[in-house]
Design a protein around this ligand. Structure first.
Ligand code: C2E
Ligand code: MG
Ligand code: MG
Length: 564
C-alpha cells in the first residue's frame, strides 16, 4: 500500500444534497482551516477517496445508502489499522444510545442536523479535532519512547506478534535484532544522564537511518534496542546488521566528551518451528549475549548451539552475584619477570570463574559486574582475596608485588581505592607491594577525578600501570596526563612480529617514549622466543607471557620462568 498523506480538507459523507448544501452555507459564514470541502455520498466512494489521502476532519451522516456510519468507521479501521482523522457523526434523529456507541467506536463528536447553527457545527468540529489530537498524543505516549521517539517495548511486541502471525499465514521471512550498547552505564556514571540521554537519541537516529521505513525500530528500555526487519531474507538481514554495527561504532563528541560507542548485537531469523513470537526475541537476546562474551562491538547470528548454555544474561548475572557472595570466584596469578635476569618481580592477579563446567572469560566477568552495579561487592572480595594471598607469600617472597586490574571506568571512585587500602590493612600488606593496572577497555575516563585518585594511590607508594597500551583511543593522552610509572605494551604487538615489521618499530618507539617519561615497560603476550627477543632487543624492562609462565592458582605456582 502506497504511503498516503493527510490533506487539509473536510470530508463530508452525506447522501442528502440539501444537508450538504446547508453545511457549505454554514461554513461560509465562519473562518475555518479547511482547504476544501470534499463531498461523497456513499461508503464506497468515501473509501475510494481515502485511498488517495485522508482529511483533516470528517462529517459523516449516520444513515448512508450502502450502510451506516458505524460500518464505514469499522471498514476504515479494518483497511488502515486505525481511523486516521477526527469524525463528527450527524443524524436527523437525536438518538443518544447510538451517539454513545459511535463515540465508543472512534467518532469524536455527534451532532443533530435539525436547526444546526454555524456555531454548533464549528464547535463540534473543533471539539472533534482537539479530542482526536489529544487521544493521538496519549496513544503516542503509550506506545513510544519519549526520549528517542522510537516505538516502545509494548508496541514492538505487538508488531512482532502481528508479523509472526502473518508469517504463519503467508510464509514470509523476517528477522529480529537485539542491540545493547557497550559500557553505556559508564557513560551515565561518568558524565551524567544528560550525556547518556543524548547518546541514546544519537543511537535512535542512526538506527532509523540504517533501516527502512517499514522496519520497526524500538527502544526496549535503558540502552537496549530492538529492530524488526520485515520481509527480508537471512543474507540481507545479516548485511543490514553488519552495516548497523558499523554505523553505531564511532567516537562521538557529546557535551565536550569524546565517547567511544559500540554496540553488541544479536540477530535471529524467523523460523516456522518457533511457537511464540517472544521466543524470537529471546533467541536474538541469546545471540546478543554471545556477542558480549566474544568481546563486544560485534554481532552474532542465533544458532541452535547457543541454546546449550541455556543461560540468559539475567541468569548469568544472578549466578555471578551468588558466586561472588559465596566466594566461588578465584584469582589466578601470572608471574612477570625482569627481562634480563628472568627473576620474578611481580605477579598479575587475574580473576577466574568456572561456571557450569566452563571457564567464563574474565572480560565477561568484569562486564557483567560493571553492567549490573556489582562493582563494590566484587572488588571488596577481589582485594581481600589478593591481600590475603600476598600476606601469605610475604615470608617466601618478601619483594613480590602484585598487580591488580582496575577497570578504567572505576578509576575515579575513591571508595574503590579505600576498599583496596582497607583490604591491604586488614592483611598487613604494605601498599608499596600493590600495583594498580588501569585497563583501557572502557576508554572513557573522567580525567581530573582519575588523576586525583591515581595521584593519591601513587602518594601511598602503590605502582600505577597503564595496561594494554597501544590499542585504545586515549593512549597518548593517558601517558601525558596520568600519574603512572609502568606501561604495559599490548600483547597484540608481540603476537605477529614475523608478519609485521612495523610492530617491532612500534614496540621500540613506545619503549623509548616510556623511558623518556621515566616509566618502566612491561611486554605482554610473550608467547615464544622471538617475542621475548624482540622485547629484550627493544629494551622492555619486564616480560609476561605464556612462554615464560601461564597464569595459575597460588598453590603450586612456580615463580620461575619455564623457558628462556
Ligand atoms: P590483561 O590485564 O591484559 O591480562 C593479561 C591477559 O593476557 C590474561 O588474560 C593472560 O592470561 C593473557 N596472557 C598472558 N600471556 C599471554 C600469552 O602469551 N598469550 C596469550 N594469548 N595470552 C596471554 P585473561 O586472564 O583472560 O584476562 C583477560 C583480561 O581480563 C585482562 O587482560 C584484564 O583486562 C581483564 N581482567 C582479568 N582479571 C581481571 C580483574 O580481576 N579485574 C579486572 N578489572 N579485569 C580483569
Ligand atoms: Mg592487566
Ligand atoms: Mg594487558
Amino acid at each position: 500500500m502506497a504511503t498516503r498523506k493527510q490533506n487539509k480538507n473536510l470530508l463530508i459523507v452525506e447522501d442528502n444534497l440539501a444537508d450538504y448544501v446547508q453545511y457549505c452555507r454554514l461554513l461560509e459564514t465562519v473562518t475555518h482551516d479547511f482547504d476544501e470541502l470534499v463531498h461523497v455520498e456513499t461508503i464506497d466512494s468515501a473509501l475510494a477517496y481515502l485511498e488517495q489521502a485522508y482529511p483533516l476532519a470528517c462529517i459523516m451522516d449516520n444513515v448512508l445508502p450502502d450502510g451506516d456510519a458505524l460500518t464505514l468507521m469499522q471498514r476504515i479501521a479494518h483497511v488502515y489499522g486505525k481511523i486516521e482523522f477526527p469524525i463528527v457523526v450527524s443524524t436527523g434523529y437525536g438518538n443518544e444510545r447510538l451517539a454513545v456507541e459511535l463515540l465508543r467506536q472512534g467518532a469524536q463528536d455527534y451532532m443533530a442536523k435539525d436547526q444546526l447553527r454555524a456555531i454548533d457545527l464549528m464547535s463540534s468540529l473543533d471539539h472533534a479535532v482537539r479530542t482526536y489530537e489529544l487521544s493521538e498524543q496519549v496513544n503516542y505516549l503509550a506506545f513510544h519512547d519519549s526520549l528517542t521517539g522510537l516505538v516502545n517495548r509494548k508496541l514492538f511486541m505487538d508488531r512482532l506478534q502481528q508479523t509472526f502471525a502473518e508469517l504463519k499465514r503467508y510464509k514470509r521471512a523476517f528477522s529480529v535484532l537485539y542491540i545493547d550498547l557497550d559500557h553505556f552505564k559508564d557513560v551515565n556514571d561518568l558524565y551524567g544522564h544528560d550525556v547518556g540521554d543524548e547518546l541514546l537519541e544519537w543511537v535512535g537516529e542512526r538506527l532509523k537511518e540504517a533501516t527502512r521505513e517499514t522496519d520497526t525500530v524500538a527502544r526496549l528500555g535503558g540502552d537496549e534496542f530492538a529492530i524488526l526487519l520485515g520481509d527480508i531474507n537471512p543474507e540481507k538481514a545479516a548485511y543490514v546488521t553488519h552495516k548497523l554495527v558499523l554505523a553505531l561504532t564511532s567516537v562521538e563528541n557529546i557535551h565536550g566528551h569524546n565517547i567511544l560507542i559500540s554496540p553488541s548485537v544479536g540477530l535471529a531469523h524467523s523460523d516456522p518451528e518457533i511457537e511464540h513470537s517472544e521466543d524470537l526475541l529471546r533467541r536474538a537476546d541469546l545471540a546478543l549475549y554471545e556477542s558480549k562474551r566474544n568481546g563486544r562491538g560485534k554481532y552474532t547470528i542465533y544458532s541452535a548451539n547457543l541454546e546449550s548454555s541455556k543461560l540468559t544474561r539475567e541468569q548469568r548475572r544472578d549466578a555471578l552475584y551468588s558466586a561472588i557472595l559465596n566466594k566461588r570466584l578465584r584469582v589466578a596469578y601470572q608471574p612477570i619477570f625482569a627481562t634480563q635476569s628472568l627473576s620474578c618481580e611481580h605477579v598479575e592477579a587475574l580473576v577466574r570463574w568456572r561456571h557450569q563446567g566452563e571457564d567464563v572469560s574474565p572480560l565477561e566477568i568484569v562486564d557483567l559486574v560493571l553492567d549490573n552495579s556489582m562493582g563494590e561487592v566484587f572488588h571488596q572480595w577481589l582485594f581481600e582475596d589478593i591481600a590475603a594471598q600476598l600476606s601469605e607469600w610475604q615470608e617466601d617472597y618478601p619483594n613480590l608485588h602484585v598487580a591488580i586490574n582496575i577497570p578504567g571506568s572505576c578509576c575515579h571512585e575513591s571508595a574503590l581505592f579505600d576498599a583496596l587500602l582497607s583490604a591491604a590493612n586488614k592483611y598487613h600488606v604494605d601498599p608499596l607491594k600493590i600495583i594498580v593496572e588501569i585497563t583501557e577497555s572502557q576508554k572513557i575516563l573522567e580525567p581530573d577525578e582519575v588523576k586525583l585518585r591515581l595521584g593519591e594511590a601513587k602518594a601511598r607508594g602503590m605502582g600505577v600501570a597503564i595496561d594494554d597500551f597501544g590499542t585504545g583511543f586515549n593512549s597518548l593522552e593517558y601517558l601525558a596526563s596520568l600519574p603512572c610509572n609502568i606501561l604495559k605494551i599490548d600483547q597484540q604487538f608481540f603476537f605477529d612480529l614475523e608478519s609485521s615489521a612495523t610492530n617491532l618499530k612500534i614496540i621500540k618507539g613506545i619503549t623509548a617514549l616510556a623511558h623518556s617519561l621515566g616509566l618502566s615497560v612491561v611486554a605482554e603476550g610473550i608467547k615464544d622466543e622471538s617475542a621475548y627477543l624482540a622485547a629484550k632487543d627493544s629494551g622492555c624492562d619486564f616480560v609476561q607471557g605464556f612462554w615464560l609462565a601461564r597464569p595459575g592458582f597460588a598453590q603450586g605456582l612456580s615463580m620461575q620462568a619455564s623457558a628462556g
